[in-house]
Write a protein that binds this ligand. Structure first.
Ligand code: ACM
Length: 386
């Protein structure tokens, strides 16, 4: 359907009725994706996106034939999903955002509605509750989750690594059991992402015990665990999935365990990185990422220890420390998300930068008709609508 839609003139994408009949040549579409997992991640914890904005992103994702929407639902700055057995997580933990804004959260009904909206567009929602670090919003909501019984204040800054669940306390596992049970019940897709990244306050042994225990909780609810590449050092079920974000970390340990791998190298597809030094939004700790940087690489060539048979697919995360609303999210996603979409879809031999930049240029009238706030990269000879 999206291939057919892309054959129509861009004018059909304007809101409102189409003025005259449109025709396309008689043809047959023969097309199939290279990778199963073609994803984008929205960080709705650092800045919250209301359900209507998430739905707009789902529309834009499906237009580009992406099929996974990873929602980063909990981090230090905000807990964004209602958990009925622990209501303060959303009510208190969701009440602010980076910079001190009002935050927000999805009720379970909101979430179910988003999941169904996505499903009808062939997009699977993958929810993430990041743990054991990146948990200040939860720790602030329930004093009992803290080893010292004292809840820290809500956090509106952008540091990482200062929080950790009390991994040797029983209450922590009652909390995790409840959260995973409720989230599993409203998530029809098989995957549940448990984060596992950037843990600075636990020993290796504590971390390993924690991840392996959480993995068994996820499994007991019939789900497959996804985690950031830090989990490679733990004992993984072959059904678990590892998301590689650090390009300098070898996937050898993960591959040896037989797990499948999602590639999200931060120096290629972190959509929160600036395009160049003049970009107003975004961060630059992973370098600047122009459109060509996001396009001209291949998942199978990323690492000598990563055979293509282990690659489930590719995903572009959009962290939201500096992006505040849907206009900002769009600005950082487009055009780079189209580059990632093509990496996920097209065979490597069909991908040539000099051709891609012309095909991308031709998207401008379509994206303008859709009202997308996209970055006019100087690398692209844009063709705007007259
Ligand atoms: C990450 O960027 N900490 C996954």
């Amino acid at each position: 359907m999206q291939s057919l839609r892309q054959l129509l003139p861009s004018s059909v994408e304007h809101p409102g009725p189409v003025a005259k009949a449109v025709t396309i040549p008689s043809l047959r579409v023969e097309d199939a994706p290279r990778f199963t997992w073609r994803g984008m991640m929205l960080d709705v914890s650092r800045h919250f996106l209301p359900p209507a904005d998430v739905k707009r992103f789902i529309d834009l994702i499906s237009l580009h034939k992406l099929n996974r929407l990873h929602l980063h639902l909990a981090d230090d700055q905000g807990w964004r999903i209602e958990i009925k057995s622990w209501p303060n997580l959303a009510i208190h933990g969701g009440s602010t955002a980076v910079g001190g804004g009002a935050g927000g959260f999805y009720t379970q009904a909101d979430y179910a509605d988003i999941v169904e909206y996505a499903r009808r567009r062939f997009v699977m929602v993958v929810p993430e509750i990041d743990m054991p670090a990146h948990t200040n919003a939860a720790l602030a909501s329930y004093p009992g989750l803290n080893c010292d019984g004292v809840a820290p204040p809500l956090y509106t800054g952008v540091e990482v690594g200062f929080s950790a669940l009390c991994v040797d306390a029983d209450i922590t596992y009652r909390f995790i059991e409840d959260v995973i049970r409720e989230l599993s019940a409203i998530t029809p897709g098989p995957f549940l992402h448990i984060g596992g990244d950037e843990v600075k306050k636990l020993s290796d042994a504590q971390y390993t015990r924690f991840i392996e225990r959480v993995q068994s909780v996820v499994q007991s609810h019939g789900k497959l665990m996804v985690g950031w590449d830090e989990i490679s050092s733990t004992r993984l079920l072959p059904t678990s999935v590892v998301q590689f974000w650090r390009p300098n970390v070898s996937p050898r340990a993960a591959v040896a365990q037989g797990v499948r791998i999602i590639v999200s190298p931060y120096n290629k597809v972190y959509l929160d990185m600036k395009y160049d030094s003049a970009t107003v939004l975004g961060l630059s700790w992973a370098g600047n990422i122009e459109v060509r940087d996001a396009y001209a690489w291949d998942p199978a060539m990323l690492h000598a220890d990563l055979p293509e048979s282990s690659v489930l697919g590719v995903e572009a995360p959009l962290w939201s420390e500096t992006v505040v609303d849907i206009r900002d999210f769009e600005r950082m996603a487009f055009p780079r998300l189209a580059a990632v979409a093509e990496i996920g879809w097209s065979p490597a031999r069909a991908r040539v930068w000099e051709e891609f930049r012309l095909r991308l240029a031709a998207q401008a009238p379509r994206w303008s008709a859709l009202g997308i706030n996209f970055y006019r990269s100087p690398q692209i000879p844009w063709r705007e609508a007259r």
